[in-house]
Design a protein around this ligand. Sequence first.
Ligand code: DAT
Length: 176
Amino acid sequence: MRTQPNIIVTGTPGVGKTTHCETLAQNTGLRHLSINDIVKERGCHDGYDEDFKSWIVDEDKLLDSIEDEVKQGGYIIDWHACDLFPRSWIDLVVVLRVDSTLLYDRLKARDYPEAKLQENLDSEIMEVLLQEARDSYDEEIIVELTSNTSDEMESNIERIEMWIGQWKKNNVEGAQ
Ligand code: DAT
C-alpha cells in the first residue's frame, strides 16, 4: 500500500505541466517525474522524429523503467498523455487547460514547427487530453484546472496540496 499518492499532471504541451509539477514537488516533497527527461535519459524511445522535433516513445520500455519507483508512491508524473499508465498506479489525474490564444503564444515562443504547433492547438481546442483522461480513469479522480494566469496556477497548486493532505488523512492516518 502506498503512503504517498501518485498524481498525473497532464495536458497539451505548453499548458503549464512542468511549472506546476516543479512547484508542487518543492512544496510537498513528492517527486517530479518528467517523462520527457526519463524517455531521453533512459533511452525509452525508438529514435527522434526530426520533422516533429520529438522522441518516438517506446511505451513498454518506459513503463518497465518507472514501474518499481512509481509503485512505491509519491510521484508527480508530468506527461502530455495519460492513457498508458495502469489505473492501479494512479490516485489523481490533473488535466490542465489553457486558452488557445495563450497556448499559441507559449508554443510560438518555443519555436515549435508549424505542424506541431497546429496539432497541439487543435488538441487543446478538441479537449483531447481531457477525453483521454475520462476514457482511462474514474471520473472521481479526474480534476480539470485552468492554467491561463499565475494567479490560477497558485490556486491550482493550493488545491492539489489540499487534496494531497486529504488523501494522506484518508489513506494513511485513517488506516492506522
Ligand atoms: P508544459 O510542461 O505543459 O509544456 P510549461 O510548464 O513548460 O508547460 O509552461 C510553458 C510556458 O508557459 C512557460 O514559459 C511557463 C508558462 N506558463 C505555464 N503556466 C502558466 C500560467 N498558469 N500562467 C502564466 N504562464 C504560465
